[in-house]
Design a protein around this ligand. Structure first.
Ligand SMILES: [Zn+2]
Ligand SMILES: [Zn+2]
Length: 262
């Protein structure tokens, strides 16, 4: 199995030692394990500083990759927070080290932390068109990432989720842009922990639109921040990929995609 989205205490929202997470992955028989700790400069909540001690982080990645090389392939990754005005900081971070894999995620939009009530409780149509419009604009400018993280993260926080038709044109524009830029998306199984029901991440409709637009690069990840969530429901993610017509999952090394059969 391949877990391509995980965190450790290098992220502001996790207390778990990286080595403990990795040992859990080894015990589960996971073949490739991507550590994708947060780097989210200018995160819109003072209580969370998603800075990253790059030197310490990469030293630990190197150490563990070597120590456990016979048991597991450790993928040296990052999850960056994309916002309009932080492009330079993200470019600087990804350029300082030969990372294998970069997830580009939206945790903030239009100047707000997306989980903030003053954002998430906007009228559904305004919220969704605003969020996906902002994503489209940002991805038109920022290209230094490999897959888009948790596409519909807004579903988790929105007071009301509108019909897909309300914002589908924007999703179609985004998937076309992703495909044109050679970027992937991820199936993020945290939706099953959050009890999102049919609103999987991405939704079946979004995944279908990406594949229909010619997209082939799909990773799967648990988004684990705690040991018990490592490898969480990845079988279900593979099933979703198959149902969308995919025959391969994407893996990464040195920012280059490689495909594995499913
Ligand atoms: Zn995220
Ligand atoms: Zn994450």
């Amino acid at each position: 199995m391949y877990d391509y989205h995980t965190h450790s205490s290098f992220s502001a929202d996790s207390d778990e030692a990286l080595e403990v997470m990795l040992l859990r992955a080894i015990s589960l028989g996971i073949k490739e394990y991507a550590v994708t700790d947060h780097y989210d400069p200018d995160y819109r909540n003072e209580a969370y500083r998603f800075e990253l001690d790059r030197a310490l982080y990469t030293r630990e990645l190197e150490r563990l990759a070597g120590k456990y090389s016979a048991e597991i392939k450790l993928i040296k990754g990052l999850e960056i927070g994309i916002q309009h005005d932080v492009t330079e900081a993200c470019l600087a971070m990804t350029g300082t080290y030969p990372f294998d894999f970069i997830i580009g995620s939206f945790h903030c939009a239009e100047g707000f932390e997306i989980c903030a009530p003053e954002y998430a409780e906007r009228r559904a149509e305004e919220l969704y068109r605003g969020f996906y419009g902002y994503m489209l604009q940002c991805l038109g400018l920022y290209k230094d990432y490999d897959v888009l993280g948790h596409f519909n993260v807004i579903d988790r926080y929105a007071a009301h989720i509108p019909e897909d038709e309300v914002y589908r044109d924007l999703v179609e524009d985004i998937v076309r842009l992703l495909v044109a830029d050679g970027k992937g998306i991820e199936i993020n199984t945290s939706c099953f922990r959050y009890g999102m029901g049919e609103r999987t991440t991405p939704t079946a409709d979004m995944l279908r639109l990406y594949v229909k637009a010619g997209g082939e690069i799909v990773t799967i990840g648990s988004d684990a921040h705690r040991v018990r969530d490592v490898g969480f429901m990845l079988d279900r993610a593979v099933l979703m990929a198959r149902e969308a017509g995919l025959k391969y999952l994407a893996t990464f090394e040195n920012r280059e995609v490689k495909f594995v059969k499913i």
